[in-house]
Design a protein around this ligand. Structure first.
Ligand code: 5AD
Ligand code: SF4
Length: 450
């Protein structure tokens, strides 16, 4: 990577072929789209902001639940009418990997590329025609795109994602990720640290280190582990905030928690997906921790970082889940006191261990009711967590103007809570101290204090 020739923002050029990229799914996909743009920008494409003006439309897709895929099928239908006659439509990412040739069958999609084949995109596109559809869904054990500098498509220029690893080896029984993103592999730390430095020099003030399971990051024959990487990134500059996601509870060791505690610029927020509060369900999910060992991790976090916020992912209605298991999920939510959660109904994914070996036996009605109970409890917990912040002062990194009023700014606290406050002369990318005066379950409202 050569910093001098590295552009963090798209270089727009109407004389070049135009590409439109639409991204679905997780933060990893957002970052992958930035890698794809970098590769295509280097081979003569320019980013455009509407599918109507594109020569090539790419949809970066997600397979995690059935409804994620359904959304993309409807989008393909819509784009069939929107894309001009000359434009090609390509499907990339997880759904490309899962469905492969099947995506080419409806006659609308002409290009399919899985998550490890993005370097091949210029060649695939070159060879592409209506009669010569192109596909590459080969998974790799090495590809980390380490030397590629993602071209950032975010609007604010303040927060960016950096992928530190790819794939997953955990094979939680419900999850399609290991099948569509391949084996776990870590990226060379030198390239990660360099990318973070360049972002900081370009005005970015917050980076999120991404991986399916960042706590198992490992380099140099296990001599260099995740807490060391975290420390190196934190040392770049005290003004650079560092976040990370996702942590697997079984791999969340004291060293990482101690590092979060040690550096003021490592954000005091840990996303720790619990999935279920029932040991029987956790076992069937093959999560490799128990309710007790999870709570022990939470206790350590609260002891070492009392101001830390904790968020989670929860699945309602996994195979064999009974009412008591569901109650166990509600009770662990209260015990931890999550400030927010991503909550889902279980959706069976083809070819996963759960699809092969377990019965999807919770009725849709029960899944729906349990999910609603989980959501309403989380709303109460989020409100309680926010009410607890009223009267306190937080350092907020300004991300933009509030959607409701251009006289208000918004940003996040270290705990990852969105905070809205009246604008003075402060600018996006600056830190301000904000005293929280009121809240809803989703937002803190406050005013700048000196
Ligand atoms: N059904 C429902 N939710 C799922 N997740 C992963 N796989 C499934 C599935 N088959 C959820 C988990 C994971 C998050 C990214 O998505 O909670 O942590
Ligand atoms: Fe899926 Fe489990 Fe890997 Fe997360 S850790 S991506 S839930 S297999």
């Amino acid at each position: 990577m050569n910093n001098k020739f590295y552009s963090v923002k798209p270089i727009l050029d109407l004389n070049k072929k135009q590409i439109f990229i639409e991204t679905y799914g997780c933060q990893m996909n957002v970052n992958d789209s930035e890698v794809v743009l970098s590769i295509l920008q280097n081979s003569g494409y320019s980013l455009c902001d509407a599918p109507e003006s594109a020569d090539l439309i790419l949809i970066n897709t997600c397979s995690i639940r059935e409804n994620a895929e359904q959304k993309i099928w409807s989008r393909i239908e819509q784009l069939k009418h929107i894309k001009g006659k000359k434009a090609h439509l390509g499907i990339i990412g997880c759904m490309a990997e899962r469905l492969k040739e099947e995506l080419l069958e409806n006659g609308v999609v002409t290009l399919v590329a899985g998550p490890d084949s993005y370097r091949d995109l210029p060649k695939l596109i070159n060879n592409l025609s209506e009669s010569n559809k192109q596909i590459n869904t080969i998974l790799s054990e090495e590809e980390t795109y380490a030397d590629i500098s993602p071209v950032r498509m975010d609007k604010n220029g303040v927060s960016a994602f950096i992928s530190i690893m790819r794939g997953c080896n955990n094979y939680c029984t419900y999850c399609v990720v290991p099948y569509v993103r391949g084996r776990e592999r870590s990226r060379d730390p030198k390239t990660i640290i360099n990318e973070a430095k360049v972002l900081f020099e370009n005005g970015y003030r917050e980076i999120t280190l991404l991986g399916q399971n960042v706590n198992s990051y490992s380099w140099d024959n296990n001599q260099f582990s995740f807490w060391m990487l975290l420390e190196e990134i934190a040392k770049i500059d005290p003004l650079l905030r560092v976040r990370f996601s996702t942590s697997h509870p079984k791999d969340m060791d004291n060293a990482v928690i101690d590092t979060v505690a040690k550096y003021p610029n490592i954000c005091k927020h840990i996303h720790l997906p619990v999935q279920s509060g029932s040991n029987a369900v956790l076992k069937r999910m093959s999560r490799k921790y128990t309710r007790e060992s999870y709570l022990e991790r939470v206790e350590y976090i609260k002891k070492v970082i009392p101001e830390c916020s904790i968020s989670t992912d929860i699945i309602a209605g996994f195979c064999g889940e009974n009412e008591q298991d569901h109650m166990d999920t509600l009770s662990i939510m209260k015990e931890v006191g999550y400030y927010t959660a991503f909550m889902f109904q279980y959706s069976q994914r083809p070819n996963t261990m759960a699809a092969k070996n377990l019965e999807d036996d919770v009725t849709p009605q029960d899944k729906n009711r349990r999910l609603n109970e989980i959501i309403s409890l989380q709303n109460e917990l989020s409100l309680l967590s926010n009410q607890n912040d009223v009267g306190k002062v937080f350092e907020v990194l300004i991300e933009g103007t509030s959607k409701r009023s251009d006289k208000e700014l918004f940003g996040r606290t270290s705990q990852n809570k969105v905070c809205v406050f009246p604008a003075n002369e402060q600018k996006v990318g600056e830190y301000v101290s904000v005293k929280v005066l009121s809240c809803s379950s989703a937002t803190l409202k406050g005013e700048i204090v000196k």
